[in-house]
Write a new protein. Sequence first.
Lengths: 372, 608
Amino acid sequence: MLQIDRKLFKNIDWGFTILIFLILAAGLINLYSATSEKNVVSNTYFMHQIYWSFLGIIVMAVALCISNKFYKENAVIFYIISLILLLIVDIYGMISAGAQRWIRLGPVSLQPSELAKLSLILVLGYYYDAKKNMEVLALPDLLIPIILTVIPVGLIIKQPDLGTAILLLLIFISIMLYEGISIKLFFALTGAGLAALPLLWGFLKPYQKARLLTFINPDRDPLGAGYHIIQSKIAVGSGGVWGKGFLQGTQCKLQFLPEHHTDFVFSVLAEEWGFMGSLIAIALLGLLIVWGLEIARQAKNRFGEVVAVGITAMFFWQIVINIGMVIGIMPVVGIPLPFFSYGGSATMTNLFAIGILMSIRMRQHAYPVSTY
Amino acid sequence: MTPRHEGRLKLIRAVLPVIIVFLVFLGIGLRLWYLQVYQYQTYQRLSINNRIRLKSIPASRGLIFDRNGVLLVDNRPSYCAAIVPEDIKDPHALFSFLKQALWIDEKEIRKRLKKRAYFAPFQARVIKKNLGILEVARLQTHLAEFPGLEILIRSRRHYLYGELASHLLGYIGEINQRELKKYQKKEKNVYSPGDYIGKYGIEKTLEKELRGEKGGYQVEVDANGREMKTLDRVAPIPGHNIYLTISIFLQKKLEELMADKAGAAVAVNAETGEILAMVSHPNFDPNLFTTGITPLQWRALAKNPLHPLQDRAIQGTYPPGSTYKIVTASGGLEEGVIQPDTILFCPGYLRFGHRSYRCWKKSGHGNISIHQAIVGSCDVFFYQVGLRLGVDRLAFYSRAFGLGKPTGIQLPGEKGGLIPDSRWKRKRFHEPWYQGETLSIAIGQGYVLATPLQMAMLMASVANDGKLLRPLVVSKIVDIGGKTLKKCKAEIRSRLPLSEKTLKIVKSGLWGVVNEPHGTARRARLKDISVSGKTGTAQVVRIKRDKLSHKKVAVHLRDHAWFVAFAPSDQPVIAMSVLVEHGGHGGSAAAPIAGKFLRAFFDGEEQY
């Protein structure tokens, strides 16, 4: 399973590694500001996040050593395990009659919906890999990927975690489009998706409906969901070109900004570092996405390609939805910003995903080099 | 696929996604530019002046009417002094001014501010409610000098009839942290600290219908917290109006009759289960809770040995005494352990085991049938019926009459009473059931406990020939536009497992209790309307009856007096129960109350 091969390590993409560490550092610095409050001596959020980041880097290092073959061969098992975990959470949530997203394992709590993202990407890679390369898939072939996606999506909606469910769908759609789909089928599926929207609407909790309606018409609820958006926009806008300076953000410090260490962490950055800081941050994140696409393009087999596209899509959509929400061009759905938002499970998952990406990257050249 | 196609596809894959990603990030960048550079001035101002505040507008709580639309509970405006701590510029000046103007000192204010540590930032915190007009004037003239000081107009719940039906109406109070947590789990953002919430009675059970929906507005304020501009506003939606099933006229009458007593009385519509009047005495004035009850007043209520806060009608459990003989008689007849013509002999006592069990009538009733036994409330007759039935069959019939479990009335904290059987005793005391205990059960003593409401519903089920109804307190719920949202309908919980014949015999006995020469409740008789009923005297402690006359027994050791009734006997419309704590005999203490109440009911029947 492990391929500790010196030849291979020569192929580590150091540029990509540096990029990841830059983003991690920026995220931690910003989180420090977002969570340090007046009169609070110890910053437990920040310390926790540091701890998670170190663990995550170890996970990343291990993930990078594992061969792509191993990921492919175990994709189905990984997928089934993550479904079982989701089911456990759903059942537990049903018993305790409340929203439930975690499984407690002693001091650690695991969020299976995070794992579900990766397991879905791997199992889709496994499926596509079995098909002929460059083959454009028709409806019968797409049936299985659709089912593979819908099962975890359904389980996650039940938790209820609308954001992650939508994310899974977006990841699937991205892979599907990247891997090719006939135009007719594309329009047919789009039509079916639009027709299913009212059905999905019925599944939503009242507060989720409220958020979506508020996005369409912010005047609807200036006290509840609309409040977040307005306060966030004030934070971002008042940052100006150069920002208010590190630890100087008033919106966050005066607690006008809700959820400032999780979903709205980017508005802290925009407030304190201004337009310039925000541009650098989104440039770094954009570079990550483009780099991910390049890894996909150069992957040596279809499994690597699909997995790289899936992981890149996962980051892309999280970034777009989260920042879009913070700057008021997307509805408020609870999706954190990768590497910036506080959260153990998410940090681990993200770095695990980066590890897989790097593993694919490393092996792009491994065999061609040896066959020269 | 041709190689040329493949090549084109490869190119598309290499270029198209990158272009899409680039465009999306460009969009984000442009939006950031729009917010941070183009609109910087606007947001900068909003952030510096801080800005935007949310103020909620409380919804006016639904009104409560009686069955005929007589207003019982409404809302009155009230002025409160409030402080926004974050806006205070000079605390010393403010506190000394408040001391002068409102007579509250700094310590008191600080205590109030501290207690509410769970408030959101910039939320106004009330420091004194129900300001007098002079106090308002004093504050108003100096308002501009003290940033952070506000006068709020809130509505205050007003109970028009004071103590009348206080247990049924209940009261509201400021939400506490426990309730806040509870509701936050269920429905987010419905309540915030400082809100009022139903704490007792209908105010509590219909909280959701009554509370309405808060509105709110977003205002831009200046650095002193003064409102500059309203940015957005949502009007509150008033709560629904509630029409109760009680008639205030009947309620008043029943309260008057119970005025100098401790106890409870319930009158229900025998066909629908609607509660027409429900009294628990002593009662309290719910207005105390809305004007802000002082610790002294609270202590006086809570520590009163007569427990005025307890709703005896649904929470007081008492041995039903001889009123329970209705159950024993029904069970005996239905199971065939006695026939309508079975004659048993009462010498004034029954020897059982090594003991002698007395009848209330020392000289005995002689040879009597079931009819005469009900009329004269003969203990010895029912001892024997009870023995023949056994405790478990008695328990079965008791439960069939709705005893031993809550009736399901829409009020908080209802008790279910207790119906013992052999299994219960083994579980509770780890002892077998002794037959001697069955004797006390058969006449409603011993472990049996029932609430006055349960006994009224039992009487209604006999009156309407076997329908055990759920008691109803809400007759309809009407929204602010006058649309009826919910209208009460009779709810049959179950049917009595009794034949028509059995019911007929029991009913004729109950008629006799009031109308025959030897009946125990002749004092409930009306001259033009025939009443049926049953008296009961529940022993509080075992006292040798012949040694002390009633008057010499200390009040708290005297028996509880029961009377249950329905009328008119042939076509009952109303059923009721009366319990007078330590009243002595049912026939003398409780039956007259029922008689007078029924008189008033039939005299004014058209009005309600």
